[in-house]
Write a protein that binds this ligand. Structure first.
Ligand SMILES: Cc1cc2nc3c(=O)[nH]c(=O)nc-3n(C[C@H](O)[C@H](O)[C@H](O)COP(=O)(O)OP(=O)(O)OC[C@H]3O[C@@H](n4cnc5c(N)ncnc54)[C@H](O)[C@@H]3O)c2cc1C
Ligand code: SF4
Length: 489
């Protein structure tokens, strides 16, 4: 006989970590399955290549589905307990009315009164996340950020401090992408998960790959019964649950639903990439932009599509591998002597990170043998936003005194969509609470449900939506969990 839990959660990042932690705190029996390893602050070092191997997904690529000149986008995500929150830079932004309007137009997610989802619906959940993670404004800029800020002023724009989920133990070491060694950076691993796990309230199984959700024909239609997963030793297991929450991230959740035979043709479609690129300026004096809290400031002046459709973050350069591996100049990707010369000047470069609104034209598919594929289909208006944003970054850096400009090839860390939520099965994969339109007891609880790409960093909104989902599951309006609460110490 297989084990049974109230809820099985697949993936422990911004979505899954919050759903699992909140439900465990409410006394529900929860199994949290994560394909990556369980690492904590004591394991994290600045060793870039090691972190990429140990706690990142191998870099995956989204390929152009039609016009090859629109370029390839590298996809970066965390694969460890805490998911991408373990390696992210912890900038916290709420969705704006502009985003809710886009969501309504795309798939019309609604609140419990049937009204379009809006700020009043998510604000209480944002507050709850802020209470768990702690948030503060990062006004502790170093001189390199202040200098770039003068460049923004000179071109008539405005650089402002970010709000982030980092505490005062942040030593501005710059190694957030390798995992925070001081626990100043709040991931779901060191907050939502670690506390109930240490108290024995949450069953966490790392290095377990969920192959599929077990979907069966029930009296009222298709139902999720549990999941099948493979552990680190290659052994297969099945687990039963009252509800299954898939939260493998926007690249993986669609794959899991496809492998499980969920019959919705929109799975994997409307993926948003929020593509990004670095624009680097070389300054005469050393800047040491790798030894900062990577994102202390951002310029939100062009956030809305009608204002330009991009956000710029300051300041950061990645460590040497990340800096050099994707460096480009007027001749394309750099190599040989020019690349060596740029790397020799490593301490002199300052990076601005440009993130561009996209129109959710990307997709995730599986080929005939079940292998993952990622596709882009950028339209001229999206390319134009990227070019406009890159020109702006160049102007800012030059106004601040940069004597040479380089840039990186496109990448993203903000994949969203692919199982969009909404009120109509014709335009969405899951309903406004994240439950599959076709399979009862099956929920998506991560970035995959976001109907249209947020114009800023998404994790705070993913965590707010996950908090809302945990509350919904615990209220159990359909009797899925049959009120079998765990005995909580
Ligand atoms: C380098 C970097 C910097 C970022 N900076 C910011 C920032 O400053 N602010 C911000 O708001 N956002 C930031 N983000 C984005 C943010 O972290 C993500 O949007 C968010 O974590 C996505 O949440 P998620 O739950 O959808 O996926 P994730 O957090 O990626 O979690 C998904 C988890 O599911 C696991 N998983 C996948 N498939 C399976 C399977 N089959 N079985 C078991 N487990 C599985 C994965 O290994 C992963 O741990 C950043 C991301 C990165 C990578
Ligand atoms: S910069 Fe701060 S938050 Fe980032 S890894 Fe270092 S101590 Fe942690």
């Amino acid at each position: 006989m297989s084990e049974r839990f109230d809820v099985v959660v697949v993936g422990s990042g911004a979505g899954g970590g919050v759903v699992a932690g909140e439900l465990a705190r409410k006394g529900r029996s929860v199994l949290l399955l994560e394909v990556g390893p369980h690492r904590t602050a004591a394991d994290f070092t600045r060793w870039e290549a090691h972190a990429m191997h140990d706690i990142w997904w191998p870099i995956r690529m989204a390929m152009p589905s039609s016009d090859p000149s629109t370029g390839i986008v590298a996809l970066v995500a965390g694969r460890c307990v805490g998911g991408s929150t373990t390696i992210n830079t912890k900038v916290a932004l709420r969705a704006t009315q502009h985003e809710y309007d886009k969501w309504r137009e795309a798939s019309a997610p609604v609140n419990d009164r049937g009204e379009p989802l809006g700020p009043g619906d998510l604000d209480p959940y944002y507050e709850r996340v802020a209470e768990v993670l702690g948030m503060r404004e990062r006004t502790d800029w170093l001189e390199n950020t202040r200098m770039v800020s003068r460049g923004f002023d000179a071109v008539g724009a405005h650089l402002e401090p970010v709000i982030s989920y980092t505490d005062e133990n942040c030593m501005k070491c710059g190694s957030c992408l390798q995992g925070c060694p001081t626990n100043a950076g709040k991931s779901t691993q060191n907050t939502y998960i670690s506390v109930p796990w240490a108290r024995g309230q949450l069953e966490l199984r790392a290095e377990c790959h969920v192959d599929r959700v077990l979907v069966e024909q029930g009296a009222g239609g298709l139902e999720a019964r549990g999941v099948e997963y493979t552990d680190a030793d290659g052994a297969r297991h099945t687990v039963d649950a009252g509800a299954v929450v898939v939260a493998g991230g926007a690249l993986n959740t669609p794959q899991i639903l496809l492998r499980s035979g969920v019959p919705n043709p929109l799975i994997g479609r409307h993926l948003g990439l929020h593509p990004a690129m670095f624009v680097f300026g070389r300054f005469d004096e050393p800047q040491d932009a790798h030894r900062v809290y990577p994102i202390t400031a951002h310029c939100m002046d062009f956030q809305r599509d009608e204002d330009g459709g991009f956000v710029v973050e300051a300041i950061t350069v990645q460590d040497p591998i990340g800096f050099t591996v994707a460096l480009c100049d007027e001749n394309g990707p750099m190599w040989g002597r020019p690349l060596v010369d740029a790397a020799r000047d490593y301490r002199h470069w300052i990076g601005l990170l440009l993130m561009v609104n996209d129109d959710n034209n990307a997709s995730v598919t599986l080929d005939d043998e079940g292998r993952e594929q990622f596709w882009t289909d950028f339209q001229p208006v999206e390319i134009e936003r990227r070019e406009k944003g890159a020109r702006f970054c160049r102007d800012v850096l030059e106004a601040a005194g940069a004597t040479r400009i380089l840039w990186s090839s496109p990448a993203t860390t903000h994949m969203q969509g692919g199982c969009r939520m909404g009120s109509d099965p014709a335009t969405s994969v899951v309903d406004s609470h994240g439950e599959s339109h076709e399979v009862r007891r099956l929920f998506a609880g991560d970035s995959s449900v976001i109907p249209r790409t947020l114009s800023a960093n998404p994790s705070y909104t993913i965590m707010a939506l996950a908090t809302r989902l945990a509350e919904h599951l615990d209220a159990d309006p359909h009797g899925y969990l049959q009120d079998q609460r765990a005995v909580v110490a």
